[in-house]
Design a protein around this ligand. Structure first.
Ligand code: SAM
Length: 286
């Protein structure tokens, strides 16, 4: 058995090795599938409280209980902020939850999802349809199995929106937090384009959030961090950072926000940009 799947008193647990002084234990009903690709270990588990979950290298990625919170927040905010989005790029996003949100918008004409690991997509579609949904059947969605870093180097002023739905900055996801990558990503956006990334926990990984914002501020005129609570991500409170070449979310047309959502609504769209004082202080916004 993989080292993060542990038998304790006859029960199976996923033990997420979050940090030296904190481990997260999830009691598991069943390990549905346990495989390994050239990039990472890929597990689908059925847990008691979080339902079916995607786990990469022992780290919880998305769960049936709360995955929609993250997926809605990283996708609806840029689509509503952009005045006329048509072409969207998703980097990572293997569980397909993000593209499943994007297809709710008829105005989007093409959605390219560039995922390094085909196995993650296959396993998610097969075993967690409640998250992957019908995105793979939508003709606007085009899957590309490649390293996101390579892919963006060959596109110039092409996309309206880029969404970086990466795993943590370790393993294959590490490069997706580098300045070189963000510069290439900016260059693949049209003159009024924007990007959004998950910028980690503002409590446990404030260094990642600060660094990410610092890099983005060097290359984009509008940089806004927003937050949501995602119980399965360590610390609960999670941050996203939107970097835009023209549009500001404060001018977004919230009337076009999709109605078939479970978390985001007009009030959340406005309030998610309000940050607590400790984060404002960390980000030198106070
Ligand atoms: N929303 C979840 C989270 O924040 O934990 C999960 C995001 S999704 C599962 C992350 C995906 O990024 C994984 O499927 C992983 O294979 C993919 N990924 C990691 N590095 C990548 C790279 N360099 N290029 C493209 N995709 C990458």
């Amino acid at each position: 058995m993989k080292k993060y799947l542990k038998e304790i008193n006859g029960e199976t647990w996923l033990v997420e090795d979050e940090r030296d002084n904190m481990k997260l234990y999830y009691r598991i009903k069943e390990v549905i599938s346990s495989k390994e690709s050239t990039f990472q270990k890929v597990d689908i588990i059925d847990s008691y409280d979080f339902g079916r979950c995607l786990v990469l290298d022992g780290v919880m990625q998305t769960t049936e209980l709360d995955g929609y919170i993250y997926n809605e927040m990283i996708s609806h905010i840029p689509v509503v902020t952009h005045k006329k989005p048509e072409k969207v790029l998703v980097i990572g996003g293997g569980d397909c939850g993000v593209v499943n949100e994007l297809i709710k918008y008829k105005e989007l004409k093409a959605i390219d999802m560039v995922e390094i690991d085909r196995l993650v997509v296959e396993e998610s579609i097969k075993y967690i349809p409640s998250i992957a949904g019908d995105a793979s059947k939508d003709e606007r969605v085009n899957f590309v199995f490649d390293d996101g870093v390579n892919f963006v180097k060959n596109k110039y002023k092409y996309y309206d929106i880029a969404i970086v739905d990466s795993s943590d900055p370790v393993g294959p996801g590490e490069v997706l937090f580098s300045e070189d990558f963000y510069v290439s990503l900016r260059d693949c956006l049209k003159d009024d384009g924007m990007m959004v990334c998950q910028s980690q926990s503002p409590i446990f990984y404030k260094d990642v959030l600060k660094k990410t914002r610092g890099i983005l501020k060097n290359h984009f005129p509008v940089v806004k961090t927003y937050k949501a609570t995602v119980p399965s991500y360590p610390g609960g409170m999670w941050s996203f950072t939107l970097a835009s070449l023209k549009y500001d979310p404060k001018d977004g047309d919230i009337q076009k926000l999709a109605k078939d959502t479970k978390y985001i609504n007009n009030e959340i769209f406005k309030s998610c940009f309000s940050l607590p004082n400790f984060t404002k202080k960390d980000l030198e916004l106070l």
